[in-house]
Design a protein around this ligand. Structure first.
Ligand SMILES: [Zn+2]
Length: 549
């Protein structure tokens, strides 16, 4: 009896040692990771939208993230242009355009002397559509992403899918080694992909597209969620400084009746807040059909909400249209978080919300309230400059391209006229600096010695990729915009464009907030730390240690 009791205790002792060892082995060989990571980017979301409409947000949307998650209150974009492609690439590469190569939404290739769109890839074709919208891939992004690093770390067992109506909002976040990226083809009114990722759309995407979402929401139209008089954070509904590009009404007033577009025009859908809901529906369909978060490895879903940018460009931050869009978006976020709770499990997913850039006030609104700012006609200035350069220097179309305050010279034309490029540059700079609303114009080849504040200089250098960033940088005065007498723009260094929301929630995340200055480039570094994987190969960000439990 005594003997067998001793044996029994020995058995218990060794079994528990064996169990301890196996638990330890498990911990050291397999870092703890969430089932699913969801990165949510809201295109053109100013930081202050977290608070501007807060008392009307539900407890389950933005407020759930703010109250139960970690809020990096002072997250800055440390480069210009603060544009969509750059923002999406920066969040996921943890880097800046000068390193990851995504220097703008479109650029003039100075070596090849030709126009390039950031996602252009002539070697691929559309899947689900044969329009030009399908010829897209991440090939112009020269570094990898945190989503690529997750694929590498798990020997490609993790599933990575990118979803956004904008191609660049889906493609750059999902990275080079993604399983799929899906974006909206406005000619067809459906989500498509390209042969970079697959040869045919999965059945679930065809089923999703067959539901004709745009037509359904066109039939619904856009009325405000609540009575107009209750929109107390906005100006009156009808304003001369709001524009109605691709909207069904001539005047910027509710209600908007989209019924004439049913079955005919899928371009207007970009401007409906219901297109945000549509994007979340696509995300839910992907999670369900691809069994994301149900595999044995961590999956990563990147979502970017694009209609917020279109609506912002038309109406600006002080319009009922914008207020209503964010109240509706809050409901979409609440519903999506509940969906994740139910399918993945509360505390089992890691979630973050951020933006690619913010946006300024409209010029007319500022003038009405005696605040500084305005719009200058950069397109016309460039046109006039090309004419005067032709007369004075004998060069035809010396300025090849202008985008986001970057001016690219046509060297083929300058060289064939045997003209002095330096003199032409100086002539352009002087003309620009004599324009109301322009603070400085800078020769990009002499950025490091330019007589401008260090903070602006650093952001320009961070945004300057060889052969993709033009020859002359225009720096507007604060709140001055190019060619935007109505509506808004973005892309400059100022806080309204460069200060973005960043809120973390869920698996591995502490409750709290910080006012310490953090950067868009820190997001990928922090994700790498949370997931115990390598940082992306061009990452310059630092881990936001306060966030981690
Ligand atoms: Zn925009």
């Amino acid at each position: 009896m005594k003997h067998s009791l001793t044996t029994f205790f020995f058995f218990i002792f060794f079994t528990s040692i064996a169990q301890t060892n196996s638990t330890q082995n498990k911990v050291t060989t397999t870092p703890a990771r969430p089932k699913l990571v969801v990165g949510l980017m809201i295109d053109h979301m100013r930081w202050d939208y977290l608070y501007r409409y807060q008392n009307r947000y539900s407890p389950n949307g933005f407020n759930r993230l703010l109250q139960q998650g970690f809020n990096c209150q002072n997250t800055i974009i440390p480069y210009t242009p603060t544009a969509t492609s750059c923002g999406h690439a920066s969040v996921y590469t943890g880097s800046v355009p000068a390193i990851n190569g995504i220097a703008s939404n479109n650029w003039w290739d100075m070596k090849e002397q030709k126009y390039v769109y950031c996602c252009d890839d002539k070697t691929v074709v559309g899947v689900g559509s044969n329009t030009k919208k399908g010829k897209m891939s991440p090939k112009n992004m020269v570094t990898n992403t945190i989503t690529d690093e997750l694929r590498l770390a798990t020997n490609f067992k993790s599933k990575v899918i990118g979803i956004s109506m904008k191609d660049r909002g889906a493609i750059f976040p999902a990275g080079h080694a993604a399983n799929a990226a899906y974006w909206y083809d406005e000619e067809k009114g459906i989500f498509i992909s390209s042969t970079y990722y697959m040869n045919e759309l999965p059945q679930w995407v065809n089923d999703f597209n067959a539901k004709k979402w745009a037509d359904k929401y066109y039939a619904e139209g856009w009325q405000t969620l609540y009575p107009l008089a209750t929109y107390t954070m906005s100006q009156k509904d009808d304003n001369a400084y709001e524009r109605t590009k691709e909207m069904p009404n001539d005047k910027p007033v509710f209600p908007y009746n989209f019924s004439a577009s049913i079955g005919t025009d899928y371009k207007k859908f970009w401007n409906m807040p219901q297109a945000n809901t549509y994007t979340f529906e696509m995300a839910k369909a992907a999670i369900a059909a691809e069994k994301m978060g149900k595999n044995n490895t961590t999956d990563f879903l990147t979502i970017s909400i694009s209609p917020t940018d279109y609506i912002a460009h038309n109406f600006g931050p002080n319009a009922i249209e914008t207020e209503d869009t964010y109240l509706r978006l809050d409901k979409d976020i609440a519903a999506f978080l509940t969906y994740l709770d139910n399918t993945i499990g509360k505390g089992e997913y890691l979630f973050f919300l951020t933006a690619d850039h913010g946006g300024p006030h409209t010029a007319g609104f500022l003038q009405e309230h005696k605040l500084p700012g305005g719009s200058f006609e950069l397109k016309q200035i460039v046109k006039d400059l090309n004419e005067s350069i032709a007369q004075n220097f004998g060069v035809k179309k010396a300025i090849a391209y202008q985008t986001y305050y970057n001016i690219s010279l046509n060297y083929t034309s300058i060289d064939s006229a045997n003209a002095d490029a330096e003199k032409i540059k100086q002539y352009i700079i002087q003309t620009l600096e004599n324009t109301t609303g322009i603070y400085k114009a800078v020769d990009k080849s002499k950025l490091s010695t330019a007589n401008i504040p260090t903070v602006i200089k650093e952001r320009l250098i961070n945004g300057n990729f060889p052969n993709r960033s033009g020859d002359i940088q225009v720096i507007p005065l604060p709140q001055w915009m190019r060619d935007t007498p109505k509506g808004t723009d973005h892309s400059v260094w100022n806080a309204y464009d460069a200060h973005i929301p960043l809120v973390w929630y869920g698996w591995g995340i502490k409750k709290g907030s910080t006012h310490r200055e953090t950067y868009i480039t820190d997001i990928a570094a922090t994700l790498a730390a949370l997931l115990t994987i390598q940082m992306p190969n061009g990452c310059i960000g630092h881990v936001i240690t306060e966030v981690i439990k």
